[in-house]
Design a protein around this ligand. Structure first.
Ligand SMILES: *[C@@H]1O[C@H](CO)[C@@H](O)[C@H](O)[C@H]1NC(C)=O
Ligand SMILES: *[C@@H]1O[C@H](CO)[C@@H](O)[C@H](O)[C@H]1NC(C)=O
Ligand SMILES: *[C@@H]1O[C@H](CO)[C@@H](O)[C@H](O)[C@H]1NC(C)=O
Ligand SMILES: *[C@@H]1O[C@H](CO)[C@@H](O)[C@H](O)[C@H]1NC(C)=O
Length: 403
């Protein structure tokens, strides 16, 4: 498929692998309106308690505002939600958005400059509305129309703030693995993204993905985004956020990995992408090999290995059986680091087994990707204009105090 983006909802126990494609269409975004200064835009973030392993942003659409739980996905650009009438909708846990009940919902004519498509395919539906068609890396799809709608977010003083005329997808025909969400909040760098509408920065602070009760996870969009901690260059390329990864340590031991394993080639192949919408991480063979070999050697004679077609798996329980296991550190240019403790490196299967939440990148797209499990207990800040990304290991509860 050519019309796919990076969002990749991977079940650890599922036996499919995950390949990544690209958007085939792009929406050109209209100039963004000026906002009053000191406005801040936030979304509460909730860990998905189902087995998808994702974080969901709680934001509201329409007038009157209706809350939506959307996958927080820095690997795609469009904000969309399931909409009535459904031709085909997946099960969702909140009522499906009904655009006919929203006074601020406006469909976008396909003649609008905002409905510019990257391919020559016709993107007009029979009523001349602008259509969208998403296929994600795990095969999940969404189809429907593009509209402009009011988006309501929260503010730091626990108030609310609204943004008018946000381009959203209203999905009438959707299927795949979306967990408890009703759609996706794309935080990618393209013009259609809410990130661009609200400025050029965003940050998210996430705690434990297994803890849906933790109430301090947070997404901040715009100038209030928290960029603190270690800096590393952010490279925006072809709609994705690339980082300059330099190495991996396990405990104090630096693995012998050629830096080329992490680099994007002149022709755009490979490299290292960071994505909040993919659960596990991916490493190319030259990096996966040394990491998995070291893990195998550390657990040799201690735990029983279990065969799995994709992942490195063991019998046992992470918190009980991996005490003392060294932190795995991903090293980035400029000295920034992402430290993965056992709950960020491994995932329990819930019935007496666990696997390393890193998959070897085996498909045509031989790239490395830092998934959301690896980002637990961090604040991650993205500055699209300053071209930097920050990592700060922090309990999100303390984030406000430390600014
Ligand atoms: C995004 O918007 C900017 C400013 O409006 C424009 O210069 C640029 O060409 C747009 N990019 C794309 C890919 O549409
Ligand atoms: C989402 O936010 C609304 C209020 O805006 C709240 O009523 C609802 O409980 C929240 N949902 C979750 C899952 O936190
Ligand atoms: C792992 O073991 C701990 C302590 O024995 C227990 O509390 C926890 O529920 C177990 N977790 C899983 C996923 O089995
Ligand atoms: C979890 O792992 C254990 C140990 O390998 C295995 O017996 C069990 O079937 C696995 N459960 C699932 C749901 O895969």
């Amino acid at each position: 498929m050519t019309n796919s983006t990076l969002l990749c909802l991977v079940f650890l126990v599922a036996s499919f692998s995950c390949s990544h494609g690209r958007f085939a269409f792009k929406l050109i975004y209209s100039p963004r309106p000026r906002h009053p200064s000191l406005q801040d835009y936030r979304g509460d973030v909730v860990a998905d308690a189902s087995n998808n392993g994702q974080f969901m942003v709680n934001i509201s659409l329409g007038e009157p505002p209706v809350p939506q739980l959307l996958v927080m996905d820095s690997g795609s650009d469009l904000l969309w939600t399931q909409c009535l009438p459904c031709i085909n909708c997946f099960k969702q846990f909140t009522p499906i958005f009904d655009p006919s009940k929203s006074s601020t919902y406006k469909t976008l004519p396909c003649t609008s400059p905002s409905c510019t498509v990257g391919s020559s395919e016709d993107k007009c539906d029979p009523n001349n509305n602008c259509e969208f068609d998403m296929t994600y890396a795990d095969g999940s799809t969404a189809n429907g129309v593009i509209a402009t709608e009011k988006v309501t977010l929260t503010t730091s003083d626990e108030g609310i703030t609204s943004v008018l005329d946000v381009l959203i997808g209203c999905g009438h025909e959707n299927q795949g693995i979306y967990g408890q969400t009703s759609g996706v909040l794309g935080l990618g760098p393209e013009n259609v993204s809410l990130v661009r509408k609200l400025g050029s920065k965003f940050s998210y602070c996430i705690g434990n993905i297994r803890d849906p009760q933790y109430s301090y996870n947070q997404l901040i969009l715009g100038n209030d985004a928290v960029l603190q901690g270690d800096n590393t260059p952010l490279d925006i390329y072809d709609g994705f956020y690339y980082l300059t990864m330099e190495g991996i340590r396990i405990g104090e031991k630096r693995l012998n990995i050629d830096r080329g394993a992490f680099e994007r080639t002149a022709s755009g192949e490979g490299g290292t992408v960071i994505d909040s919408g993919t659960t596990v991480s991916f490493l190319v063979e030259a990096a996966y090999g040394p990491l998995s070999a070291e893990v195998i050697s550390l657990l040799q004679g201690k735990l029983e290995r279990v065969n799995d077609p994709i992942f490195l798996c063991y019998k046992g329980n992470i918190s009980r059986d991996l005490t003392g296991f060294p932190v795995v550190t991903f090293e980035f240019a400029g000295g920034a680091e992402l430290g993965l403790d056992v709950l960020s490196l491994f995932i329990d299967n819930g019935s007496g087994g666990f696997c390393m939440a890193v998959q070897e990148s085996r498909n045509d797209d031989q790239w490395n990707m830092i998934g959301v499990l690896a980002q637990q207990n961090y604040n991650v800040g993205y500055d699209l204009v300053g071209k930097q990304l920050t990592f700060q290991r922090i309990d999100c509860e303390l984030l406000e105090l430390s600014i």
